[in-house]
Design a protein around this ligand. Structure first.
Ligand code: SF4
Length: 239
């Protein structure tokens, strides 16, 4: 029964992905673009030193942290990674790790067995195929266990400043809807709408700023519209 449910869920996800791939982004008017640009300006003014919310020192650490961030808050990941990187400071060290030891360290981030397996697999692939350095190219990154397009986007954007898309997490998804930038719920489709609305040079910062905004002001259960710098541009203000 459980296997059947798993299979059905897998099929549903595959259908959603296929639909998202064929999705044509919204058409935006000049007015939409001007208003969106004003929102981005206000975000830059509010979060001038915006940076990735996952603590890291290099590409290896960010890749591992991003793998752990699936279905988990960045705060929780940041509590776990100091111990993880103290025990396994390099991809080679992680490649040699014992699965149960890694599970112990990452347990509180959820899905810990799978995440531990992916982390060790990532360490092995980086050590064996890429000489111990996390690769820069998208196609190479996608060969690392646990690394899907979203993870690769985060790493390429933060470490090498390469913007292939907009990273859509739960905050980006929610706030984009509130701001009227998208009507979709699938992250892949939201990303396409955001890419159509915003110029490429803001894609990387945009998701960092929306994540910060979602934590500090546009909080899921109680958005603080009365103190939000975006309120004059936001169609959901006060709702
Ligand atoms: S005005 Fe309110 S709903 Fe709109 S972005 Fe700000 S906090 Fe969120």
């Amino acid at each position: 029964m459980a296997a059947k449910r798993k299979k059905a869920a897998k099929k549903k996800r595959a259908r959603k992905k296929a639909k998202a791939r064929g999705y044509r982004p919204r058409r935006f008017t000049r007015e939409d673009r001007t208003r969106a640009a004003r929102v981005v300006q206000k975000l830059y003014a509010t979060y001038p030193d915006v940076e990735c919310a996952l603590d890291h020192r290099d590409a290896y650490e960010l890749t591992a942290a991003t793998i752990l961030s699936a279905q988990c808050t960045d705060e929780r990941v940041n509590m776990v990674t100091p111990e993880l990187f103290a025990r396994y400071p390099t991809p080679a060290a992680l490649a040699r790790a014992d699965q149960l030891d890694v599970e112990d360290v990452v347990r509180s981030t959820g899905f810990f067995r799978n995440k531990a397996k992916n982390l060790i697999g990532m360490g092995q692939r980086v050590s064996e195929a890429y000489g111990g350095e996390v690769p820069q190219e998208m196609d190479d990154l996608l060969t690392l266990p646990g690394v899907a397009r979203k993870t690769a986007n985060v790493v390429r954007g933060v470490i090498w400043g390469k913007a292939d898309g907009v990273v859509v997490d739960t905050h980006v998804k929610r706030i984009s809807g509130l701001l009227g930038w998208t009507r979709r719920s699938a992250p892949e489709q939201i990303e396409r709408d955001l890419m159509a609305l915003h110029p490429q040079e803001v894609w990387i910062d945009l998701s960092h700023m929306l994540i910060h905004h979602g934590r500090r002001i546009c909080i899921a259960r109680r958005p603080r519209c009365d103190e939000c710098p975006l309120a004059t541009e936001c169609p959901s203000a006060g709702m």
